[in-house]
Design a protein around this ligand. Structure first.
Ligand SMILES: Nc1ncnc2c1ncn2[C@@H]1O[C@H](COP(=O)(O)OP(=O)(O)OP(=O)(O)O)[C@@H](O)[C@H]1O
Length: 250
């Protein structure tokens, strides 16, 4: 087990958003967090990496309570791609190199530069390397943020709707690439995602959230017509096509 979230509780002012949320994730596991708008998914990611301070509960990485870790060690362990972000003007290369910051003592080493170049190549961003990030499309920018988090070489990668601006081909390519490196490098990935069919293609485990709580956690078996209706208030039919579950709204 690499990540353990234990009874995490958080409120904005008096509004309870996370109510004793608990789950654990193994090394290399790909997890999708599902739930309606406002269910608390982004808040959960922000509490895991200490952008927000939970009012109760604990988060453990490799059995270490993250409140006992320095910020730089949290950054080495947890990569995070937010839904929205403001960044200063810089090139794509420099933006991705920023992911190496927790490791760089004075100057970037050849190893740092090789890591960045590898990731740019794998995400088909190498031709954009010297372009400024404010001159990118929404989807290209989203890929740069993912590249930066990967350059951090974290144990746990938290992605908040990472494919929302990507076209279909890029959605599939980026998620397949993330899954591939999760398996190869033993990185655990937690993705907040609204597209249920993409989630089914990507995840090994699903966390369904409803009313500030976990509705269910588990493998593909927790994705049923009944659970989707309970969580999203939408009627769906689940079909099996080429041995894959496909969710069809009806
Ligand atoms: N900074 C904030 N101050 C006050 N309330 C907030 C704040 N951020 C979020 N909330 C509220 O907390 C609840 C959970 O928000 P959160 O962003 O975690 O939901 P989410 O499941 O990620 O939603 P979405 O799918 O729309 O991104 C929502 O009701 C939201 O309005």
């Amino acid at each position: 087990m690499i990540l353990r979230v234990d009874n995490l509780t958080f409120s904005y002012h008096s509004k309870l958003v996370l109510d004793k949320v608990s789950f654990s994730i193994d090394r290399g596991e790909c997890v999708a967090i599902l739930g309606i708008n406002g269910a608390g998914k982004s808040t959960l990611l922000k509490c895991i990496n200490r952008i927000l301070t939970p009012e109760g509960g604990c988060v453990f990485i490799d059995s270490i309570d993250i409140t006992k870790m320095h910020q730089i060690d949290i950054a080495k362990n947890i990569g995070y791609v937010p839904q929205r972000t403001n960044t200063t003007r810089m090139t794509v290369f420099d933006a991705v190199l920023l992911g190496r910051r927790p490791y760089i003592k004075i100057d970037a080493t050849n190893e740092d530069i090789d890591i960045v170049n590898d990731i740019l190549k794998n995400l088909s961003l190498e031709d954009y390397s010297l372009k400024y990030i404010d001159e990118l499309s929404g989807g290209e920018f989203q890929k740069v943020l993912i590249a930066r988090a990967l350059a951090q070489q974290p144990k746990v990668l938290l992605l908040d709707e990472p494919t929302s601006s990507l076209d279909l081909k890029n959605q599939i390519e980026v998620l397949d690439f993330i899954k591939d490196i999760a398996k190869k490098n033993g990185i655990s990935v937690v993705v907040v995602i609204h597209d249920l069919n993409l989630a089914l293609r990507f995840a090994d485990k699903y966390i369904l959230m409803r009313d500030s709580r976990i509705y269910s956690v588990g493998g593909e078996e927790v994705i049923t017509e009944e659970s989707i209706r309970d969580v999203y208030s939408v009627d769906v039919k689940i079909e099996n096509i080429s041995n894959k579950k496909i969710i069809i709204p009806i």
